[in-house]
Design a protein around this ligand. Structure first.
Ligand SMILES: *[C@@H]1O[C@H](CO)[C@@H](O)[C@H](O)[C@H]1NC(C)=O
Ligand SMILES: *[C@@H]1O[C@H](CO)[C@@H](O)[C@H](O)[C@H]1NC(C)=O
Ligand SMILES: *[C@@H]1O[C@H](CO)[C@@H](O)[C@H](O)[C@H]1NC(C)=O
Ligand SMILES: *[C@@H]1O[C@H](CO)[C@@H](O)[C@H](O)[C@H]1NC(C)=O
Ligand SMILES: *[C@@H]1O[C@H](CO)[C@@H](O)[C@H](O)[C@H]1NC(C)=O
Length: 274
């Protein structure tokens, strides 16, 4: 009940401050937050919050996803379109490293197209942080990411990538104690704007936290030299700790759609000021 009262008070505060704009979004958000609060959730991530979000503040956290996607792309391009050079342990190491790169990151995932790692038809190593431990497993064993309901995969897979950024490189490999002549290669790389942001969602039954996922595409080149989608590397950013400050209504910062979360749940009782 207290939560609900706080929600109502906050909603009014937000609407006043926002001058009546975003009223529908705020209402939707509050209904959603209160539904999650009142009903112990039963698992899944299908419910999302349909708000317009400015991602700028999170851009530093997603760099490891872009770097990892581009690293995997370069391995594919140097190995004749295959990831068979990798081992399971290397994939798990990559996703653990992403999560370890910043405390704000909750999880990281690599998911690939069926033919690229011939060992498995589906493979999606995932790592996440819980109680200070990095857990990792293959989520494709219980979750079909190739399904067109999986927006973070389907959206990237169905885009036309003919204009993916190409970079010419010249690398002098080494043989014994000799430096070989420079080998020219064209690499493909995903940029920040090539990635897919999900809407904020409550990871029900998983982390039980608010998060947003950013996914960066992995490429190969097809026989005609065109970029071909081969998977993605993604990060799950935990919103609870950074943008959704649910414990105080802080008027020092400018208000955005995200501020609808302020003054809602998850506050130690000592900080309840309303
Ligand atoms: C998004 O936020 C950044 C700073 O956090 C700001 O510079 C930028 O103008 C904002 N973009 C939009 C479209 O509001
Ligand atoms: C690269 O792959 C193609 C088709 O998959 C194959 O025909 C070719 O022999 C391979 N080249 C090398 C160097 O392995
Ligand atoms: C998703 O896949 C199902 C079954 O393959 C198909 O019936 C449906 O039209 C697809 N939806 C979209 C949006 O492509
Ligand atoms: C790729 O670039 C060409 C030339 O600028 C343009 O005509 C084409 O529409 C672009 N394709 C996509 C998918 O953006
Ligand atoms: C390479 O150089 C090292 C150090 O000078 C030498 O010990 C080694 O025998 C060399 N290897 C070859 C294959 O020439």
């Amino acid at each position: 009940m207290l939560v609900l009262i706080k929600l109502m008070l906050f909603w009014q505060a937000h609407v006043n401050l926002a001058g009546g704009t975003d009223k529908e979004a705020a209402k939707l958000a509050l209904e959603y937050v209160s539904r999650i609060e009142q009903n112990p959730c039963s698992g899944g991530t299908e419910e999302t919050l349909d708000l317009n979000v400015n991602h700028t503040e999170w851009e530093t956290y997603i760099q490891p996803a872009i770097l990892t996607a581009n690293f995997i792309t370069s391995v594919i391009l140097e190995n004749n379109g295959s990831l068979d050079y990798f081992t399971d342990a290397m994939f798990f190491s990559l996703v653990r490293n992403i999560v370890n790169s910043h405390a704000t990151l909750f999880g990281a995932c690599i998911a690939i197209e069926p033919e690229i790692y011939s060992k498995y038809s589906l493979f999606a190593p995932y790592a996440y942080r819980k109680n200070g431990i990095l857990f990792a497993h293959d989520i494709s064993l219980s979750y079909t990411y190739q399904d067109n309901k999986t927006v973070w995969y389907f959206d990237l897979k169905n885009r036309v990538w003919e204009n993916a950024t190409r970079t010419v490189s010249k690398t002098k490999y080494r043989s014994g104690n000799t430096s070989l002549p420079g080998k020219e290669m064209v690499f493909l790389s995903a940029k920040l704007e090539d990635g897919h942001w999900t809407k904020p969602y409550f990871d029900c039954g998983g982390g039980n936290i608010w998060m947003v996922t950013y996914a960066s595409p992995i490429f190969s080149l097809d026989l005609t030299g065109r970029p071909k989608f081969q998977g993605k590397a993604s990060v799950d950013i935990e919103l609870t700790n950074i943008d959704i400050n649910q414990c105080d209504i802080d008027t020092r910062h400018s208000y955005s759609d995200f501020d609808v979360f302020r003054g809602t749940h998850r506050c130690p009782s000592t900080t309840e000021v309303i």
